[in-house]
Design a protein around this ligand. Structure first.
Ligand code: GLC
Length: 736
C-alpha cells in the first residue's frame, strides 16, 4: 500500500476495461464474466456494452429452472461445473448467482432468479456459491438489494419498510454471505428508500459487513455508480466497468483532502488486492463438454414441474405421437440480456423424442403471430393422433432483462391453438417454455397433463423426452406460485410503481405468504409438483425447543422417485401481522418403491422470529407454533406444536404505557379490570377498551378518575418487580 500513489490506488478501485480490473505494482488484473447459468466470456473491448458474441460454454438451466429442483446437491454440482468452465476460460469471478425475490410474476428477469421465497433463494444460492468457489472461482452475489423489477431499474427507489427488507428481501443474501462468504457481492442499480444501493452505507457497511460479517469485495452493477466518493464512503469497493475519468479525479481529490477518504480508499484497494491474490491467474484445463452437457441434462430433468397429469404420462416408447409447436423444434432454453450464453450444443425436444418413438410434427404457430394454415395443419394432425405433446410458451421478446411484462398471458394465437387442439383430442400434454409465470387459464381444465419446463438450458429437449417417457421420474416443485389472475398477486397495485418510486405495499406478504394468509385460491401453489409415484408421511416428531423436526416419508407407488419434504412454521398471533405459514426447511430424498426414510430438518430461532423494528432485533413472540409438513404451501399433511417463551424482555410499565398495557399486565391488569367493573357503553365496549391506546398519563387528566399519578407510581414499583410480576403471572394462569 505504501508503495502505491493515490493515483494508482484510485485506478485500482475501478475496472481497467469492461471485464478486467486494473493492474498496479504487485497487483495483477483479473477477469470477470457473466453467469449466472453459463460462462459468457466476451472480448474485453466491451463493444456494444459487452453483449457481443461469447465463447461457447455449457448453458445450464437458468435459476428459475434450477430452483424448481429444490436440490442443493444438484445446484452445487452445477456450480462446480461453472467453476471448471470459468477456469478454462480464464474467468476469475463469475457474476452470479442472481437471488432477488420474485415479488411480481411480471418481472422481466424472473428467469434469472430463484424464488418468491427467501429460504429457497438463500439455500440454493448458497449451494451455487459453494460449488463455484470450490473451484477457486469467485461468485458475485447479486443484485444487492431489492432489485425486483426491470422498469426504471437504474433510478427507481424501492420503498421498503425495514421489517419487510429484513424478513423478505435480505435473508437470502444474509444466508449466502454467512454460510459461504462469496468473494464478491454486486450492488444493484436501484435506490432503496431513496438512497442508491451503490451509496447505501446502511446496506453495504452496517448490514453486510458489520452485522453479517462479509469479508469480501463489493462491486457495482455495470454503470450503477452515481457519486463515486459517496459510494467509496458507503463501502462500494470496485466500480465497473472502468476506467471512469471523473471518478478517478474525484477519488484522488478526496483522498488528498482528507484522511478519512484516504483510509476508505486504502480499505477498498486492500479488498481488490485480496480478491486478486485469492484468484488463480493462469487458465485451467479445458472442460469436459460432454460431461457438462450430461450434467445440464440431468439438472434439466429435475428443473421441470409436472403440474397436472390425468395418467396420460408417462408415454409408452414406440407408440406414435403427434408433436406440435415451434418450441419443440427451435427451443427457447434461456433468457435474454447479460446472462445469454453461447451453448456448446442444443438438443431440441423433437430430435430427442424421435429417438424414442415415431413422431409426426406440426409447428402449429409462428412467433411472428397468428398463422391460419399452421393452426389448421396442427389441429388436423391432433385429430388423427392418439396422443399430442403440445409445446407452447413465451417467445424470446416477451421477457428479458431490461423490461417487465404487462400481463401473464401466452400469445393469443397459442392459447387459441391449445383450445383447438384439446377440443379434438382428449390426450394433450401441454409443455410450457417460459422464464416467468404464465397464466394457465382458460385452457387448464382441457389439458390431460401440463409440464412446466421453465427454461431448461441447452439439454432441455433431451430432458423433456427423459421425463415424458418416464426414464426420469419428475421431481420438480414450484418455487413460485401460479395465480389464477394477475390481479390476485399482492404486488399488483404497486408494480412497477411510478416513474421514480415503487412502494412494496404488500410488505412481507409476497407470493404464497399472501395467497395462503388471505385464503385466496391460486391455480397451483408454491411447492406443488407431481411425480409418477406417490409419497406418504408419518411419525412427525418435533423437539420441545423447536430445533428439530423429524418425519418419515414412504414411497407408496410403483416406481422410484424423489420427494421434496417441505417444512413450514405457522406462528401464533402476535403484535405484528405475520403470514399464516412460511417455509422454514426442506430436503429432497430418493426412495425406491415401498421404501421409507426418516428425514431430519433442523431449525434455528430464526424459523420462529420476526424483525422487531422498535428494537432492531429478531424476536420470538411467546406462544404455540405449529410445525407443518406439507406437499405445498397450501396442502399441509402433518402438524405438531411447540410452545416457545417470549424472547422479548418484559417491557417496563410506565405512565407513558398505553392503557391496554396496564390492562394486560399480570399485576395491574386484574386491579384495573375490577376497578373498571362493568362500565359498558352501548355496543359492548368496556370503557377502558375505548381509551386503550391512550397513555395512562393522559387518562389521568380526565375528570373524576379515581386514582392519582402518585398512587400509580407506587403500583409501578410492584408491577416492574420481576418477582412480583412472575408470581402474578402464575396466579393469573391458575385463575385462568
Ligand atoms: C448487467 C446486469 C448484471 C450483469 C452486469 C454485467 O446490467 O444487471 O447482472 O452481471 O450488468 O453484464
Amino acid at each position: 500500500m505504501a508503495q502505491l500513489s493515490v493515483e494508482e490506488k484510485a485506478s485500482l478501485v475501478a475496472g481497467a476495461t469492461f471485464w478486467k480490473t486494473a493492474a498496479a505494482p504487485g497487483i495483477a488484473p483479473i477477469t470477470v464474466a457473466d453467469g449466472p447459468h453459463g460462462v459468457r466470456r466476451t472480448p474485453d473491448s466491451g463493444q456494444d456494452f459487452g453483449l457481443g458474441e461469447s465463447l461457447p460454454a455449457t448453458c445450464f438451466p437458468p435459476a428459475t429452472g434450477l430452483a424448481s429442483s429444490w436440490n442443493r446437491d444438484l445446484v452445487e454440482r452445477v456450480g462446480q461445473a461453472l467453476g471448471d468452465e470459468s477456469r478454462a476460460q480464464g474467468v476469475n469471478v463469475l457474476l452470479g448467482p442472481g437471488i432477488n425475490i420474485k415479488r411480481s410474476p411480471l418481472c422481466g428477469r424472473n428467469f434469472e432468479y430463484f424464488s418468491e421465497d427467501p429460504i429457497i433463494s438463500g439455500e440454493l444460492g448458497a449451494s451455487y456459491v459453494r460449488g463455484l468457489q470450490s473451484r477457486g472461482v469467485g461468485a458475485s452475489l447479486k443484485h444487492f438489494a431489492a432489485n425486483n423489477q426491470e422498469t426504471n431499474r437504474m433510478t427507481v427507489s424501492a420503498e421498503v419498510d425495514e421489517r419487510t427488507l429484513r424478513e423478505l428481501y435480505l435473508p437470502a443474501f444474509e444466508n449466502v454471505v454467512k454460510r459461504e462468504q462469496p468473494w464478491t457481492v454486486m450492488c444493484s442499480y436501484n435506490r432503496i428508500n431513496g438512497v442508491y444501493a451503490a451509496e447505501n452505507e446502511w446496506l453495504l457497511t452496517r448490514v453486510l459487513r458489520e452485522e453479517w460479517g462479509f469479508t469480501g469485495l463489493v462491486v457495482s452493477d455495470w454503470g450503477a455508480v452515481d457519486d463515486r466518493v459517496a459510494a467509496l464512503r458507503a463501502g462500494l469497493d470496485l466500480e465497473m466497468p472502468g476506467p471512469v475519468a471523473d471518478s478517478h479525479a474525484a477519488l484522488v481529490a478526496a483522498a488528498r483532502s482528507n484522511a478519512r477518504d484516504e483510509k476508505h480508499l486504502d480499505t477498498s484497494v486492500e479488498r481488490v488486492r485480496r480478491l486478486v491474490t485469492r484468484s488463480t491467474l493462469e487458465k485451467g484445463p479445458d472442460f469436459d463438454v460432454d460431461a457438462h452437457h450430461a450434467l445440464a441434462r440431468s439438472a434439466a430433468t429435475e428443473s421441470m414441474v409436472l403440474l397436472k397429469n390425468d395418467g396420460v404420462l408417462p408415454l409408452e416408447a414406440g407408440k406414435p405421437i403427434a408433436v406440435i409447436g415451434q418450441f419443440a423444434r427451435s427451443p427457447r432454453f434461456q433468457g435474454a440480456g447479460s446472462s445469454q450464453v453461447n451453448p456448446t450444443r442444443v438438443e431440441p425436444a423433437l430430435d430427442a423424442l424421435m429417438l424414442t418413438t415415431p413422431v409426426e410434427f406440426a409447428s402449429g404457430y409462428s412467433h411472428a403471430g397468428p398463422d391460419e394454415a399452421l393452426h389448421a395443419e396442427a389441429v388436423q394432425l391432433a385429430e388423427q393422433a392418439e396422443t399430442v405433446l403440445l409445446f407452447v410458451g413465451l417467445p424470446e421478446g416477451d421477457e428479458s432483462e431490461g423490461y417487465d411484462r404487462t400481463d401473464l398471458d401466452l400469445p393469443a394465437h397459442q392459447v387459441a391453438l391449445i383450445q383447438a387442439v384439446t377440443a379434438v383430442n382428449p390426450r394433450v400434454v401441454v409443455v410450457l417454455t417460459n422464464g416467468g409465470v404464465v397464466s394457465l387459464e382458460p385452457w387448464h381444465d382441457s389439458a390431460a397433463a401440463i409440464l412446466e419446463t421453465w427454461l431448461l438450458g441447452q439439454a432441455g429437449g433431451a430432458a423433456i423426452a427423459d421425463v415424458v417417457f418416464g426414464s426420469v421420474n419428475p421431481s420438480g416443485r414450484l418455487s413460485e406460485s401460479i395465480p389464477l389472475r394477475l390481479q390476485d398477486n399482492p404486488s399488483y397495485l404497486n408494480f412497477p410503481g411510478d416513474l421514480t418510486t415503487v412502494r412494496y405495499g404488500e410488505g412481507v406478504f409476497v407470493g404464497y405468504r399472501y395467497y395462503e394468509t388471505a385464503t385466496l385460491p391460486v391455480r397451483y401453489p408454491f411447492g406443488h409438483g407431481l411425480s409418477y409415484t406417490s409419497f406418504e408421511y408419518s411419525d412427525l416428531e418435533v423437539a420441545k425447543d423447536g430445533t428439530l423436526a423429524t418425519v418419515t416419508v414412504t414411497n407408496t407407488g410403483a416406481v422410484g422417485g424423489k420427494e421434496v419434504v417441505q417444512l413450514y412454521v405457522s406462528p401464533p398471533a402476535s403484535d405484528v401481522r405475520r403470514p399464516v405459514r412460511e417455509l422454514r426447511g426442506f430436503a429432497k430424498v430418493w426412495l425406491e418403491p415401498g421404501a421409507s426414510t426418516r428425514v431430519e430438518l433442523a431449525l434455528t430461532s430464526r424459523a420462529y422470529s420476526y424483525w422487531d423494528v422498535a428494537s432492531s432485533t429478531w424476536v420470538t413472540a411467546g406462544g404455540d407454533y405449529v410445525l407443518q409438513i406439507a406437499r405445498s404451501a397450501h396442502e399441509v399433511v402433518l402438524e405438531a406444536t411447540v410452545t416457545l417463551n417470549d424472547s422479548r424482555p418484559a417491557e417496563k410499565l410506565t405512565l407513558e404505557s398505553p392503557v391496554t398495557a396496564w390492562l394486560q399486565h399480570p399485576v395491574t391488569g386484574p386491579i384495573f379490570r375490577r376497578a373498571a367493573g362493568g362500565d359498558v357503553v352501548e355496543g359492548g365496549a368496556n370503557v377502558l377498551d375505548m381509551v386503550g391506546s391512550m397513555s395512562m398519563r393522559r387518562l389521568l387528566r380526565f375528570p373524576d378518575v379515581p386514582v392519582s399519578a402518585a398512587q400509580l407510581k407506587a403500583l409501578l414499583v410492584a408491577a416492574n418487580n420481576p418477582v412480583v410480576r412472575g408470581i402474578a403471572r402464575v396466579v393469573g394462569r391458575k385463575r385462568g
